[in-house]
Design a protein around this ligand. Structure first.
Ligand code: ZN
Ligand code: FE
Length: 241
């Protein structure tokens, strides 16, 4: 596989992902909260940023668009349904559309709930999905502009992906998510084991993202929710945890 994905930790807990295709000489930045450290990370590796892909309009996902675009001349792709909220977009995409890095295809999925037009980028041949603020390690995004029913559908759809699929989310929320997950699912042995791992990784200053679909199926209370009401109850409980 000629694809490489590198995470740049920025702000309090954001990850900006750089996906590099060596063969095509392309680098896609996913959800640049800021520009400077992203440009530096690319320069360090001799990578030319050719595209930005946004998952949703929140400032901590698009804040670096303008500066990176000005510095590199890259093309910015993002959700059609949020085009009026992202003034740096060149290409708008929605469910059923494709985004390309070199010869590799990313399916665009509509995953509304955190925001009304939130999208995800799934690269089947690479086994990678960029989910923005929809799915987190042992958690899910807050329901700012959507419903529990939408988030439940998103979780179910992501859960159907191959277990090996690597999930790149946009925040390091893993430890606090694990505490809530343990609170609602105290006897889950895989969850207990994973939480210990995550605590050790964070103590060493390591990122806990990407995660995998298999890990989330086993330990994520929102992906394991039985139905919409169950997810709604969990989401409200987490908001007040
Ligand atoms: Zn967000
Ligand atoms: Fe965010």
């Amino acid at each position: 596989m000629s694809l490489q994905v590198v995470g740049v930790p920025v702000l309090n807990d954001n990850y900006v992902w750089l996906m590099h295709d060596k063969v095509a000489g392309e680098t896609v930045v996913i959800d640049p909260a800021v520009a400077e450290p992203v440009l530096a990370a690319a320069a360090e590796r001799g990578w030319k940023i050719t595209q930005i892909w946004n998952t949703h309009w929140h400032p901590d996902h698009i804040g670096g668009n303008a500066e990176i675009k000005a510095a590199t001349g890259c093309t910015v792709t993002g959700p059609a349904a949020e085009a009026t909220k992202i003034d740096t977009l060149d290409v708008t995409v929605k469910e059923g559309d494709m985004a390309m890095i070199g010869g590799l295809r990313a399916e665009v999925w509509d995953v509304p709930a955190h925001t009304a037009g939130h999208i995800a980028y799934y690269l089947p041949s690479a086994g990678i999905v960029f989910v923005g603020d929809t799915l987190f390690a042992m958690g899910c995004g807050r329901l700012f502009e959507g419903t529990a029913a939408q988030m439940f559908a998103n979780m179910q759809r992501l859960a159907r992906l191959d277990g090996e699929t690597k999930v790149y989310c946009a925040h390091e929320y893993t430890l606090s998510n694990a505490k809530f997950a343990l609170h609602v699912d105290p006897d889950n042995r895989e969850l207990i084991h994973r939480t210990a791992n995550v605590e050790a990784m964070r103590a060493r200053g390591e990122p806990t993202v990407p995660t995998t679909i298999a890990l989330e199926r086993a330990t994520n209370p929102f992906m394991r929710a039985k139905d919409v009401d169950d997810l709604a109850r969990l989401r409200t409980a987490k908001d007040n945890f």
